[in-house]
Design a protein around this ligand. Sequence first.
Ligand SMILES: [Zn+2]
Length: 243
Amino acid sequence: MRVVYHRKKNAPLPLAPVALAVAFFILAALVTGAMPARQATTAVGSLSGKTFVVDAGHGGFDNGASGPNGSVEAPLNLAVSLYLAGELRMMGATVIMTRIDENALADTKREDMQKRSEILCQDGLTASISIHMNKFTSKKPKGPRVFFAEGSQEGYALALTLQNALDDAVGIKRKEPLVGDYLVLRTGEQTNVLVECGFLSNPEDEALLLTEAYQMLLAQTIADTIAEFYGVNTGFPTFANVA
Ligand SMILES: [Zn+2]
């Protein structure tokens, strides 16, 4: 919107129309969601033209890990993935999900992974984010862990940014991301990361991961971080427009 008005030389600046225009802009921004909710860099449309794969791990015959209080990994991965896909789409991104319900992509692990690989080998992908839940033999480890493919510079940069943002969001000490030897990290030309959202073996993490609020917090944090990393027109330097 461009407001043009003429005024006589030396005439006082008409403040009322200016104030009205500013108020209108703020209101419009609030209504359209363009005003950032959590971070200054997240803007609606900032990811338009970018395509992401959101890969909810496991599914169907393959439940993944399970926690001592009966939590199961596969549906938790799906819940976080659906929230994440929704957030990225709201920012204008195109999102391809490897699964959108409880079913696996095939009847065997081998075929299931083959189908995920095919999705990751498509042209025009910006990045992929695989969502999983962690488990360890001890109850002690907790918090999200982000993995990237060995030798991938951009994978490391994105994983580090995500790890820092997630650690900050859940209120734990910042950690380094980890190299992961997973097929989903090695496949395709795009940047791939894998987020283990928390430890089902840690009772505190398990209880949090079962809540919608925590699932949404993780998804929102991942989406905001992706927007900062790949976003355009945010007015802030990002990896994409600095590198
Ligand atoms: Zn898993």
